[in-house]
Design a protein around this ligand. Sequence first.
Ligand code: UT7
Length: 353
Amino acid sequence: MHRTKIAGIGMYVPSNVVTNNDLLKYMDTSDEWIQERTGIKERRYAHRTEETTTTMGVEAATIAIERAGITPQDIDFIVFATLCPDYYFPGCGVLLQRAMKMKEIGALDIRNQCSGFIYALSVADQFIKTGMYKNILVVGSEKHSFGLDFSTRGRNVSVIFGDGAGAVVLQPSANPSASSGQGILSTHLHSDGESAEILAMFNPGTHANHWKPEKYADFEEAEIGEMFFSHAMIDKAQVFPNMDGPAVFKKAIIKFPEVILEALDKNGLQTSDLRLLIPHQANLRIAQFVQQKLNLRDDQVHNNIQKYGNTTAASVPIALCEAWEEGKIKEGDLICLAAFGSGFTWGSVLLRW
Ligand code: UT7
């Protein structure tokens, strides 16, 4: 069996910086509330017409591919994670394949929200381990700013999210057998659909009230053809993400430590062996709670939510890339990537750089 290594990494964030005070134009909030509850100071918003989830993914991928010392034509599989695709379908994978003039390779889209990049890495890892592919591009990218409720009604969600992209190129490691060898040691994926509606965007969708979410369109009154996307949904602001923040928070602080310890236990390692934990950047308070629970030093955790907000599937690769660029990660270091979010889904990846 091969082991999978990260051969190149890249990130892209739009140039437009939006501070907490900038949001006061749209909603009743405050810099103090946002910083105290989330740690966020500012986030980036993509250009409304010139940038999309895919184009940002292309920017990050271009850097990752160059750093891997290969060309887009060498990529033999794409895995693209996002919750805000350019089109409802097809997914962003094929749009990236087209934009980067890649060969007619497979392109897989992943819909696991905040855990999207962890799920994407885990899937790609299986293809490398079995020898099926040699150069897989894994991308996480989000253009949240296009689909949020910027009125006071949506403030608990909209202040949190930001736009951006991260990407890695995965290759087989040259030294797969040694336990100290470079690459992914294990991946761990979980879900609990009981809480699917706690953090969800219901419309457009085919649910037609079947699951009885608290907020939905009046399908009883809808004509055929209006079920998927209707005037009622827009009139009643049912086209935005919904979140019970405190419920997500409570579950996240249990599942984050659990899945990180699961990865360490599986490999006979301790938290003290970790050079760096890269938690999904959901909320600085969640990351601090996890750090405290696992007894990790400040230099063992990398957070950047202060600058970028929560970029969902892009947050782990952006934070990993930034930590690497800042020289916090050296060859042989033990790194844990972990995420929790909508679904609920959660997971971890333990790797040696
Ligand atoms: O990555 C995806 C997964 N998502 C998460 O991990 C999110 C996890 N949850 C959280 O991060 C936090 O729950 C939030 C940051 C979303 C909210 O913080 P909280 O401390 O749990 O606040 P809350 O929802 O309990 O709301 C407290 C108060 C409410 O007012 P009342 O009812 O006490 O008068 C809200 O209406 O804060 C109000 N509020 C705001 N006030 C100013 C909610 N959003 C805002 C806002 N500005 N943006």
